[in-house]
Design a protein around this ligand. Sequence first.
Ligand SMILES: Cc1ncc(COP(=O)(O)O)c(C=O)c1O
Length: 389
Amino acid sequence: MNTKKTLSTAAITALPSGIRRMFELAKNYPDAINLTLGEPGFDTPPGIVQAAIKGLCDKKTKYTPNAGICELREAIAYKLRTENGISCDPDKNLIVTAGATQALMLAMVTLVNPGDEVIIQGPNWPDYRGQIDMVNAKTVYARVSEKNGFKMTADIIEPLITEKTKLIIINSPSNPTGGVLDYEDLCEIAELVKKYKLFVISDEPYEKLVYDGFRQKSLASIEGLEDYVLTINSLSKTFAMTGFRVGYICANEHITENLIKLHENMIASVPEPMQLAAAEAILHGEEDVRRMVEYYDRNRRLMVDGLNSIRGFSCLAPRGAFYVFPSIRDFKMSSCEAAEYILEKTHVVTSPGSAFGDGGEGYIRICYASKHENIKEALARMRTAFGEK
Ligand SMILES: Cc1ncc(COP(=O)(O)O)c(C=O)c1O
């Protein structure tokens, strides 16, 4: 009766973050250039900030409906219909969440039982694995390869499907690789989903951060998938709003009703000033997005060309997100050792590929959403330390 209680298995078994570790090590270098976190290098556009301030001044400081305020749901539904080709009723198919992170956790709790299998790409954004563990489900990795542009295609997914498979998570453009799925890839995944009647989360926070004329399509725009696909998106990366914590899920009516029930138990609602700011971003933020994407694109080209000219690195040009995922196999070290070696020699902080789970070994992730000057300086330091090819 009076024995000391232990913490939950979820807490005890949670894996420490390989990215945080680099963060801690970086503290030893006052001139460090930190290219680890997926954080836009821009301030949040002023119109969006003003909308939040106005919300506070107008005393919008109470709970909102669980699903989110009407203005925001209507703005999201309009965006999904006109930009993504997803038909969406703001009163039946939408819920506003605290970023994509909570959207994913909420979706996971709503869809997945202990023992179910969830297929994700490897390497992947580490929180997928953490969340799957939290619901006592099993992570099944669909290993993607650099040769195929890091795409999680239907032919990689299908052999992994078993009786226990409940959910597939797709993420295009992808963190950490910057790889994207073309429309044909999505159509093939759609066929699988219909054949095996699986749930799919399409996690699309980098949807607008795309380059070389690529345009990201949404899986849910393909006909016949209404009962299977949950589209998750976030304002964080697109509008430099990571700290606002606003995202959303679009799903069929039955799933949405259940998401709303569990959302009440999780966070009840997202702060109203942040929802007002999100509506402002969606309705009036396009020009800011265009400006930021242009800036990231210049960094992307600097980074890819720069790394490919430095000894030890080989880097595919990503078509989306704001990460490069270069191979560091020529360093003849593990990715943790290589990231630490690079930090020690150049004071540039990167994330070891192994922090992104299965298939990440042999690579590092570098976020290029920083200022041009930081990218140039980081490359100059690496060139000096490791030499030209
Ligand atoms: C693939 C992916 N999904 C979701 C998120 C969560 O974003 P947020 O919770 O800020 O919306 C991130 C953040 O890095 C991400 O990379």
